[in-house]
Structure formats: structure tokens, C-alpha cells
Design a protein around this ligand. Structure first.
Ligand code: IVH
Length: 701
């Protein structure tokens, strides 16, 4: 049995690869093999993991590929001319090389004139606006360059975008440029979002992308989006023969164009324009990340053409990340909703790139040690594109320094032990439900569909009840009836809804041991492991006895040893104690850690006074699949995955999440991807939903 949970780094790597593969099938082959919903689920899972483990965010994160795949819900638009990207330069020398390359390609002498335009490179989202016979017909995002998302309805709400061109404009005009949000508008939007309890954005670029790509156009309409033109796609006729000339005409037609566009007769003038824009960067109303140079003459642009996906006639000269130094006033520890302890640097306010910075992330304890930053130090920080600044390190100064930072081993929110598992960078609070930082999340898990499955008790109500002090532990949930009158009197509730909720809670006073173990939210004990434990022990009491034995051993072994190596050895021993396939050292150790906290023991005891934990229900039917391991993949038509799982288990099968050599049957619905392929490679039987239903029917008769 292989049920060891996939570790987050491995899962993120797998998600990145899967998303890339599906994005390619979608774009390159126009032949997606999974539904949009399944694709979205991959993206969501990735976002969830990144939120829980920000330090594991990959450079090739699917989340970073904004617009890589047109999102579900938006139509696709194939660009009449591909939307290209730009080659980057960081140093002046690379700009010199660029101009030389252009001259060589065109066989222009060193002293032949070669005018370049220079303009700010806005940090926004590129957009292509298509006009036919003077009317705006479509607006599309860049997408993968060839196919973008149809955001016509959204763009119609952006005031900067003309609906019509003046009479005399060519029949087909595609104006391209950036949709962006001004810095001040971004800050105001985030403040309003935060006040309303909505999501806030990391930077103006994300805010612009998130605001434009809304299925509900009314939301886009409320957002302060702007547009700036910088180029074009298909044109039935060009209104001028230079870059600067066309931009001037676009301005006449009513498009905003950069007021910082300069025509430079020489390379030196171009570099001077770069310096000028860099100097004024902080004063510009929007974020920019460099300067774009373009060969001005369009006949030369046409001759130069493109290499790969960038034009030979343009170059982005990027700004270095902005840096500043300030004093590190304190290092605070924040506890996330999943219990992760994150150190946050509190800084003496300092301006970096037009933003006043007072906080910066330090990621984790290793990072603090590596950079050796101490409270009281003068530190150098950097803000690169993002508004979340990064601390680079301490700047050598005079006088004595403070002590190295001692990372807490107890949770600052609840005082429970904060432990760091072998091989993990994050330290986590073990307080679980007693930790106010984690309480809501844990209770949500507890009442979730796969745990206690209490109908009518969603995230919002839990948050409300916790805030009002009505519940703090799972046991409290079963004592909610005591607050009936107070609840009925509340806004948004009445006697009928309250009684319905209380009845739903009462209906769960008896629960299977597998769901019970899963509901506790023990780290690494997911649904599959909980079921394995339940199957192996049968009853909660038998499980508890084993845990007590394991704890005794752990205690003995751990005496006098506090370091990570000791933890690994201890954990290995524990796995032996549990002696269940699928319960490796990591899981065994997590179980023992959970019950090592007195408050968890109290909490379980309290809960057991409220609910009866039923022994594991063994399969009631024997069938062709009894004892086999089944994997479901792809979408099922006649039932949900949950139902399929329950059905399989009733027949005595074990349902696994991923295909391995131990899998016996793979049930593949439409859109089955890598799992079905893997099964085929391993020579495992792959059947469709109809064949599965036939098996089920045969067992039932
Ligand atoms: S011209 C042939 N000019 O930067 C490509 N692009 O990194 C046409 N961008 O996809 C690009 N400001 O969305 C150009 N002044 C500017 C720009 C600009 C921002 C974006 C554009 C492009 C991306 C490439």
C-alpha cells in the first residue's frame, strides 16, 4: 500500500508539469484532454499550496504564467498577427550590441543615421484592440501570443479605450498596448478591498490582470483600469511611415500614448532617454520596469522582422531592482491559518521606488541565519517589480551588534510547541484548534464534507461563531443548542434556520472512526491515511492504545535528544510501532506529536463526550474488486468522485489517489490524462465508467 502523502515540493513540481502539458494541448493542439473545471482545479490546488508554502513557489509556477492559458469562461481569439515579447537588456553594453546587430543586419554603415524611439516599459497586461470599419469589434489578452482571451465585454468598460475611430481611419486597425492600474488607484483599491474583507492584490499589475479578467463585467467596470497604446497588429493601411508617426496618429484618434516617448537620433540620446526616465521613475503615476527602444523607420522594422518570438527591431532595457537601506526595528512572527510561523521584518519607514516600505518578509528561520540579520542592524532591501520587498542582508556598521535572532520554538499566538519537521524549512505551531490563528481553518476542516459533514455550517458561519465566542473547539459545536435563543435573535437567522442547523449537528453525533480521525486535522493524516488507520485498528480505542504505546517509546528515545537527527530516529522507531503499510515515519511522528499536546488530548476527550465513534465499517459485499486497489481519473458522468469512491469501498476495494505498481484497476473517464497513461505503461487494467458500473451491478446482484 503506498499512501505516503506527496510532499508539497513534489506536488508543486508535478502541478507545474501537468499544467504546462495541458496548456500546450490546449493552445498548440487545440485539443485539451481535461475539462476547464479540471484545469482550474489544478491551478487552484497550486495556489493553495503556494499560499501555505510561499517559500516553495517555483520559478515556473503555473500561477506566474498569467494568461498563459485562456482561463475557463473566456472565449478564445486567435490573433491576426502574433503578439510578440521583447528581448531584454540590463547593461548599456547590451544596448550597444543591439544597435550593432541592427546595423549589421541592415548593412548600415557605422555613421548612417538610425533613429530609435525610447519610451517607458509599463508593467501591465498587453491587450490587442481590433477595429473594423471604425468600430471596436474585439479585445483580446496576449494569452500565449497566438491565441488570447476574449475580453471585449470587459474592455468596453475601460474609459481610455475609444469605442470608435474617427472617419477616414483604415478599415482594419489593431491597436496594441498595456492595460494597467495607476499606483494611487491600486493602493486605494487594496484599501477598499481590505475594508470590505475582499482579496487584495500583490501589485498594480496583478490588480490590473485580476480586474480585467473578470467573468462578471460589472466588477471590471468598478475598477480603475487605464490603457496606453504602444504598437499595433494587423493594419489594412499604415497611417505613417515611422513608429513615432503612427503613435502620434493613434493619439489623434483618441488613444492615450506615452508622453515620455522620445525620438533619439543616436545611441547616446537613447541611453540618455533611459537615464531620464529612470530618474523620474518614482514620480511616474504607474509602475514601469524599464525602457523600450524601437527602430523608428517602419520599412527598416519590416526588413528586420523577428527572431523566435521577439522582433529584431525592439529591445527592452530593464531597470535594476530598486534598493534602499534602513534599520531593522524588530522581527515579528506571524502565524498563518495553517500554523506556519513566518518571520516579518519591521523596518524604519523608507522609500523604495515610490513606495514607503515598513515591512519585509524574511521567509523562514534558515533565511535569517543565512543572512545573519539582527534586530538593530542597518539592512539593505530590494523591491523588484513586486510590492513585497526582500531583505538582502545587513550592512556593516560601527558599534556592537545585537544578539543573533532566536527563532521561537513556541507559537506566539497560543504558546504551543512549534516544530520543524526533518527536511522542512517551515516551523509550525502544533496548537491546532487551540491556536486562535488556526482555529477557524481547523473548524472548517472539521465540519467539512469529508469529515463531520455538517450541513449548513459553512466557513462564514464558523468565522462568525468563533468571532462571537460561541465556539472554540469541535465539542463546542455540539453544545451550540445552549445558545439557541441568542442565535435566533441574530440578524440573518430565525428559529427555522437555527433549528435546521442544530438538527444537522445532532445528526452527526455518531460518526465512523475513519471520518473522526480525518476530522481531527492531524498533520499528514489525510482521508486515505485516516481510512488505513481505521481499517487497521477497527476502533478508536484500539488506535488510542497504540498511540499511547508509541508515545512511551518516543519519550524514552527522545530523552536528552532534542535535535533533528534525534527526531528522525525517533520517527523511524514509531513507524515500526504502528506497523501499518502506508504509515511511514513522518505520519507516525505527526500522530505522536498531536497527542503529545495535552490540549489535544483534552479536546478529543471532550469531543468524545458529545459524539459516539463507530467502529470501522467493513465491506458488506464481496465482489470482483474486493481487496483490489482502484484509481479513478478523468470525469465521471453518472456520479461524483465521492460517490464512486463510496461505491468502491462498499465493494471492498481500496481507493487510491495516484497510480502505482500496486494499483489493480484504473477507471478512466473522459479527459483522463497522465494517470491513465501511467496505468497503461504499467500494464494495469484501464476500464471506462460503463465497465465499472457493470462490475458494480454484478456485485450487487
Ligand atoms: S512594444 C513586439 N512597448 O512588454 C512587442 N511593449 O516584455 C511589442 N510593454 O508584451 C512590445 N510597455 O506587453 C512595447 N512601451 C512598450 C511597452 C511594452 C510594456 C509590454 C508588452 C510586451 C511586453 C514584453
Amino acid at each position: 500500500m503506498s499512501v505516503a502523502a506527496e510532499d508539497p515540493a513534489t506536488e508543486l513540481a508535478r502541478l507545474a508539469a501537468e499544467v504546462a502539458e495541458h496548456a500546450e494541448r490546449y493552445h498548440r493542439d487545440d485539443a485539451p484532454t481535461i475539462s476547464d473545471t479540471e484545469y482550474d482545479a489544478l491551478i487552484r490546488r497550486n495556489a493553495e499550496l503556494e499560499a501555505a508554502h510561499p517559500e516553495l513557489t517555483r520559478a515556473d509556477s503555473p500561477a506566474g504564467a498569467v494568461g498563459a492559458a485562456p482561463a475557463a469562461g473566456f472565449g478564445k481569439i486567435t490573433h491576426a498577427r502574433p503578439m510578440l515579447s521583447l528581448d531584454n537588456a540590463f547593461a548599456d553594453g547590451e544596448v550597444v550590441d543591439f544597435v550593432q546587430r541592427v546595423r549589421r543586419f541592415l548593412r548600415l554603415a557605422e555613421d548612417a543615421p538610425l533613429a530609435l524611439t525610447a519610451e517607458p516599459k509599463i508593467d501591465g497586461l498587453s491587450l490587442s484592440l481590433r477595429y473594423e470599419d471604425g468600430a471596436l469589434v474585439t479585445a483580446a489578452t496576449r494569452g500565449n501570443g497566438a491565441v488570447g482571451e476574449d475580453v471585449t465585454a470587459n474592455v468596453a468598460t475601460v474609459g481610455d479605450v475609444p469605442r470608435r475611430l474617427p472617419p477616414g481611419a483604415p478599415t482594419v486597425v489593431e491597436v496594441r498596448g498595456e492595460v494597467y492600474m495607476a499606483k494611487a488607484d491600486f493602493l486605494a483599491l487594496n484599501a477598499a478591498q481590505a475594508a470590505a474583507g475582499g482579496r487584495t492584490f500583490a501589485n498594480p499589475r496583478n490588480a490590473a490582470a485580476g480586474s480585467l479578467r473578470q467573468l462578471d463585467v460589472a466588477i471590471t467596470a468598478e475598477r480603475p483600469l487605464r490603457f496606453l497604446a504602444h504598437g499595433w497588429g494587423e493594419m489594412s493601411a499604415l497611417p505613417a511611415d515611422t513608429q513615432a508617426g503612427v503613435m502620434a496618429i493613434f493619439a489623434n484618434w483618441g488613444f492615450p500614448v506615452s508622453d515620455r516617448l522620445t525620438l533619439c537620433a543616436t545611441l547616446d540620446e537613447a541611453l540618455a532617454a533611459y537615464r531620464g526616465i529612470e530618474t523620474d521613475r518614482a514620480r511616474l503615476p504607474f509602475d514601469i520596469d524599464g525602457v523600450v527602444y524601437k527602430v523608428d523607420r517602419l520599412d527598416l522594422q519590416a526588413r528586420l522582422g523577428q527572431v523566435a518570438r521577439s522582433p529584431r527591431w525592439a529591445l527592452a532595457h530593464k531597470f535594476p531592482a530598486e534598493r534602499a537601506t534602513t534599520r531593522l526595528l524588530a522581527i515579528d512572527i506571524q502565524v498563518g491559518r495553517t500554523g506556519q510561523l513566518t518571520p516579518v521584518a519591521r523596518l524604519e519607514p523608507v522609500g523604495v521606488g515610490g513606495v514607503i516600505v515598513i515591512n519585509a518578509t524574511l521567509h523562514n528561520e534558515d533565511e535569517i541565519a543565512r543572512k545573519d540579520v539582527r534586530v538593530g542592524d542597518t539592512v539593505e532591501l530590494q523591491r523588484a517589480g513586486d510590492v513585497i520587498p526582500q531583505i538582502l542582508g545587513a550592512v556593516a556598521g560601527e558599534g556592537p551588534r545585537g544578539e543573533p535572532f532566536a527563532f521561537p520554538t513556541v507559537c506566539p499566538a497560543c504558546g504551543s510547541h512549534a516544530v520543524r519537521e526533518a527536511g522542512e524549512v517551515a516551523r509550525r505551531c502544533t496548537g491546532g484548534l487551540i491556536c486562535p490563528a488556526q482555529r477557524v481553518e481547523r473548524l472548517r476542516h472539521f465540519v467539512g464534507r469529508r469529515a463531520f459533514d455538517i450541513e449548513g455550517l459553512g466557513a462564514e458561519r464558523i468565522e462568525l461563531f468563533v468571532a462571537e465566542g460561541l465556539i472554540a473547539t469541535p465539542g463546542d459545536m455540539f453544545r451550540l443548542a445552549a445558545h439557541r435563543d441568542a442565535l435566533v435573535a441574530r440578524k440573518g437567522f430565525d428559529a427555522v434556520s437555527v433549528d435546521k442547523l442544530l438538527a444537522a449537528i445532532d445528526a452527526r453525533r455518531s460518526i465512523g472512526v475513519d471520518r473522526f480521525l480525518f476530522a481531527l486535522g492531524i498533520r499528514h493524516v489525510g482521508e486515505v491515511v485516516a481510512r488505513d488507520l481505521a481499517r487497521a485498528f477497527g476502533t478508536y480505542d484500539a488506535f488510542a492504545e497504540q498511540v499511547a504505546a508509541a508515545r512511551a517509546i518516543a519519550f524514552e528515545r527522545a530523552l536528552g535528544e532534542g535535535d533533528d537527527k534525534a527526531r528522525v530516529r525517533r520517527a523511524a522507531t514509531l513507524a515500526g510501532v504502528f506497523a501499518i503499510g502506508g504509515v511511514g515515519p513522518e505520519i507516525a511522528s505527526a500522530i505522536v506529536d498531536f497527542f503529545a499536546e495535552a490540549h489535544n488530548v483534552d479536546l478529543v476527550a471532550d469531543l468524545r463526550r458529545e459524539v459516539a465513534v463507530a467502529p470501522f465499517a467493513v465491506a458488506t459485499l464481496t465482489s470482483a474488486v474486493t481487496g483490489k486497489t482502484v484509481v479513478f481519473t478523468g470525469s465521471l458522468e453518472s456520479m461524483s468522485r465521492d460517490e464512486a469512491r463510496a461505491q468502491a469501498e462498499r465493494l471492498g476495494a481500496r481507493v487510491a489517489a495516484s497510480v502505482s505498481a500496486k494499483t489493480n484497476i484504473v477507471v478512466a473517464g473522459p479527459g483522463a490524462g497522465s494517470k491513465a497513461a501511467k496505468a497503461a505503461a504499467l500494464g494495469i487494467e484501464v476500464i471506462d465508467e460503463a465497465a465499472w458500473l457493470a462490475l458494480v451491478a454484478a456485485a450487487g446482484s
